[in-house]
Design a protein around this ligand. Sequence first.
Ligand code: PMP
Length: 459
Amino acid sequence: HKHDMSKEHMMEIRRQNCNPMIMKVTYYKKPVFIHQGHMQWLWDVDGRRYLDLFAGVATVSVGHCHPKVTAAAEKQLRKLWHTTNIYVYSPLHEYVDKLAATLPEPLKVIYLTNSGSEANDLAMLMARLHTGNFDIITLRGSYHGGSPQTMGLTSNSAYKYPIAIGLGCHNTMCPDVFAGPWGGSHCRDSPIQTIRNCSCPQGLCMANDKYIGQLKEVFATSVPSRIAAFFGEPIMGVGGAVQYPKNFLKDTYKLVRERGGVCIADEVQTGFGRTGSHFWGFQGHDIMPDIVTMAKGIANGFPMGAVVTTHEIAASFGRGVHFNTFGGNPVACAIASSVLDTMKEDGTQQISHEMGTYLLMGLSKIRDKYEIIGDVRGKGLQIGVEMVKDKVSNREPLPPAAMSEIFEDTKDMGVLIGKGGVYGQTFRIKPPMCITKDDADFFLAVFNQALNNYMEAHH
Ligand code: PMP
């Protein structure tokens, strides 16, 4: 690795020339200086290998530097890199044809962008133009982007700035069956249930009605009678893998449509087989969105995003010119195309389903051993482990210093995971969808050890 810049030199350049915020979010106290990746593995500049269970926030979908995807990128780089679709070229058409085939009718019209924020910006604009309404509702705790428009959708103060953001954006209570006031342990779609006692009669979710009641209150107090849209992730990502009661999205969509709004599924994290049971997260909720946005895993980490909608909405939007210089460039399309092929060939969705269930089962056993693990949840390889001060007496978030200690220790033992939740209280596990049972066992052993170490030091 002698050609890599030294660690000290990189840190000095970071101090002098980089966005000062990135100094704060190097994530670890002792940063990981990554050098190379292959499938589920990352190597640092000292040659230490890490099992990567975060994949750059669910971004690396089929594996770091997957040989087939890399070959497709190289081939296209030698042939044509151009800006966008002012000319007609094959990679874009091959790609949208393949992507459209993964989505049900009537979701067939595709717009290509370069990021998730851009995709959500576009979806907001489409919803407003199509409905003639302005107001948009999201779930508290969600993340939908960092551009000035999407910052309004994002309902997490850490990502907000004091500018005129969020005009027309409103949020409703997050239907969180663990931390929320109403339980709902039988009402979420996960191989494992919450440990919290649920007062709902079996098969009847009372909590859902309460959360829907909160949404009705938003309708009654915060928005005009007609609205533009509802934005929601099928399983929350940055918000900490929060899962809603089973019918929450279905009931929400109905109410939103009654008020003239369109329903938007943000699949930036949950798409492309991440939830295991389905290729698209929304398919696990028995709903049909009007607009779907995607990014991250779409091109295995290469910058790309997309908005998919119906011909009808596309027609309303088409009254103006929409242009995006890099969106849908041939290299991104060739990569994304090969990602879809690779997903089929490698069986990533099946791996996501099987390994996700295996990890959830293993984690639920660990949960039962430690009083600081409040909840284990998720589906497929979109998993959250919510940490608490003490699960018996309360569900207060485990403080950041404690989270960081367990997090750092897990890394020092060779596994990278993520953090999330409004209070940074949830560990997030969303690996490249190529992990094996051995990897899962390794992580479970490491995580158990990190918790053991923490408990021995502090209790
Ligand atoms: N939506 C969701 C659900 C996300 O997790 C993110 C990124 N964390 C975005 C949108 C924004 O994507 P990007 O960072 O590519 O703009």
